[in-house]
Structures are given as C-alpha cells and as structure tokens.
Design a protein around this ligand. Structure first.
Ligand code: GH3
Ligand code: MG
Ligand code: MG
Ligand code: MG
Length: 324
C-alpha cells in the first residue's frame, strides 16, 4: 500500500503546494475601459503576474472563454456595458465557470456588488483601488484556486486508487462489482451477449516457493500487463483474487470469447516471464474458464460461477487450457 499512498498524494502535500509562493504567478484578465485606472492596476500586478487589459467587454468574454486565465477583474462601471452582466456571463460559461472573479466598484455600486456576491462573484475592490489591497485580494483568490485544483486532483487520484489494484494496476474487485451488475442488465434488456473469462495462473504457488514472493509479484504484474494488452478498452479486466483475473467482454458471444481466451493463453505461454532478481526467465502458463450470459441467469454471479466450473475443468484436465 506504499504504492497506493504515493499515488494518492504523488503531487506532494496539497496544502503546501497550493500555498507555495512560486505557484502564485497568475494569468490575469483585467476588463476596464478607463485607461489610466487599468494601467495603474496592471502596474501593481505585473511584478508577480501577467496582466491582459481588455477595454471591450464583448471581446473580453471571448478572450476569457479561450481559457488560460486564473482570474478576471471586472469593472462595474464600463461605458456601454453592464459589468455585472459580464460577471454573470462568465459564471455561466463552461470554460470560465470556475475562474475567480473580482469586481471593481464605485461607492454607488454597493447594491450591485451585493448582487454579484450573491450569484457567485468571489470578491470586490472599492475605488479608488488601494494597491496593496489589490495585490492581497488577487493573491488570496489565486491561492484558493490553486488549492481547489490540487484538491480536485488528489480526490480524483484517491478515487481511482480505491478501484485499482495496487500491485497490478488492474481494476479491483470493488470496481468489478460496481460495474458488472449494470453491464449485465443492460445486455439483458437489449438482448446482447456478455462473456466472462476467469483466468488462473498455473502452479503459481510453486513460482513463489521456488523464486520467492517478490518474483511471484513480478510475474503477476507481467501477467496483468499482457492480459491488458490483449483486451480492448471496453472490456473490464479486474484482479479477482490472488492470482486470478476476471475479464468481462461486452457483446462477445461464446465463439468470440473462446478465441480471445485462447489468444491470451497462447501469449502467456509463448514468451517466458523475466524475473529481475534471479536474472532469468521462467515459463508461465494460465488456465481459463469461459462462460456467457444465459437468458435464465438471475445475475452476473451465475455466469461467473459457470466460468469457475469451466476453469476447474481446465485445471483438472492438465492446465494451460481454455474450457467453456
Ligand atoms: P493451480 O494451478 O491449481 O492454480 O495452482 P496454484 O499454485 O496456482 O493455486 P493456488 O490457488 O493453490 O495458489 C495460489 C497462490 O497464489 C497462493 C498464494 O500464496 C499466491 N498469491 C496470492 N496472492 C499473491 C500475491 O499478491 N503475490 C504473490 N507473490 N503470491 C500470491
Ligand atoms: Mg488455484
Ligand atoms: Mg493458480
Ligand atoms: Mg488461484
């Protein structure tokens, strides 16, 4: 589970990263048609950030939607355009929805500022804009944005880790259990086939006993890699138990499933597995049980049960075989 932990937080401590000053250089869009004010604000920000001034609010929306901005400053007192409406448009566009917004307001704009904050504008500055306050509020929003980006990445990574087997990188049983049921009932509703393959490495215990548990792990990883290589992305490949792998093939009938199983069996046998520590290769074979969905099945467990029975038959009749 060390591998899991480092995958979870492979980006380092999210909080430390998000708040590191080096991560706070931002790309800022300043929507302001008063030239003097725009230049003063840009001058205050350019020490740390890159500032693009846009005097035309219609063009500002297009520019912002092109992406790449970490923050948008919007004047509420544009010549021929309602700055608040611009803010609301930026909040509703997919491309700009999460970009922090800061309103630039006059004293008479108080009510509009309140409305802006209500519909999700992040902050505001009163004019005349204080240089230090501008720099500080911008920094706060950038830090908040960086933090939520890192957090989103970390959440995604740990959600992925929760359905991934740490040793092989295959899906784990939880993932299989979560998806197989609906995949199976979809197939039943549209009367399409589904096949299940149960793979079990032959005499794996003796690989462990002869070459050590780490060598066994290496064989498992290589095995998983090769299986993955010979399946499609729409197939579910999951580590089912210790050295057992389940493959679910949507839309595959018995004949097709047997061909795929045979191809995998052959690819495993054809190339011996390398064992780094012993600097040598060893032969590995796999037995595979194949089953397909039947109209009388009450759920995927029925199909997997038949695959298991077929697998047992493959073992019983000499191993390194496919049985259905
Ligand atoms: P058969 O041909 O009948 O399948 O023989 P086998 O030895 O492969 O079958 P058995 O199920 O008896 O042994 C499986 C072994 O797999 C036992 C267990 O120690 C080992 N194993 C399970 N998980 C792991 C793992 O993550 N790493 C390693 N190295 N070994 C594992
Ligand atoms: Mg066994
Ligand atoms: Mg085995
Ligand atoms: Mg086994």
């Amino acid at each position: 589970s060390r591998a899991l932990a480092s995958r979870d937080f492979g980006m380092g401590d999210p909080l430390a990263l998000a708040t590191a000053e080096t991560g706070l250089n931002a790309n800022i869009l300043l929507v302001e048609d008063r030239r003097g004010a725009a230049e003063r604000m840009a001058a205050a920000l350019t020490q740390q950030h890159t500032v693009t001034i846009e005097a035309d609010p219609n063009r500002a929306i297009l520019t912002a939607a092109e992406g790449g901005f970490d923050l948008v400053l919007v004047s509420l007192d544009l010549e021929n355009f309602d700055g608040l409406r611009l803010c609301s448009q930026l909040r509703s566009l997919d491309r700009t929805r999460t970009v922090p917004l800061i309103m630039l307001a006059e004293a008479h704009d108080r009510a509009r500022v309140a409305r802006g904050l209500d519909f999700g504008v992040h902050d505001y500055l009163m004019r005349p804009v204080d240089r230090n306050e501008l720099v500080a509020r911008v920094r706060t929003q950038i830090r908040r944005k960086r933090f939520s980006e890192v957090l989103r990445g970390a959440v995604q990574a740990s959600m992925e880790a929760a359905v991934t087997d740490g040793l092989t990188g295959l899906h784990n049983r939880r993932y299989l259990d979560n998806h197989l049921g609906s995949m199976f009932s979809d197939a039943r509703l549209s009367d399409r086939p589904v096949a299940g393959l149960l793979l079990d490495i032959d005499r794996f215990k003796s690989i462990n006993d002869t070459w050590g548990h780490e060598a066994g792990d290496e064989v498992l990883r290589t095995f998983a890699e090769r299986v993955r290589l010979h399946t499609r992305t729409i197939d579910i490949v999951a580590r089912y138990g210790g050295e057992e792998v389940v493959i679910i093939l949507p839309d595959a009938g018995l004949g097709e499933a047997q061909v795929i199983a045979e191809r995998i069996r052959e690819r495993i046998e054809a190339t011996p597995f390398s064992i780094q520590r012993a600097s040598r290769t060893i032969p590995v074979t796999v037995s595979i049980g194949v089953a397909v969905r039947q109209a009388t099945d009450t759920g995927p467990a029925d199909m997997l049960k038949r695959a298991d029975v077929a697998l047992y038959r493959a073992k019983d009749s000499g191993r390194n075989r496919v049985e259905a």
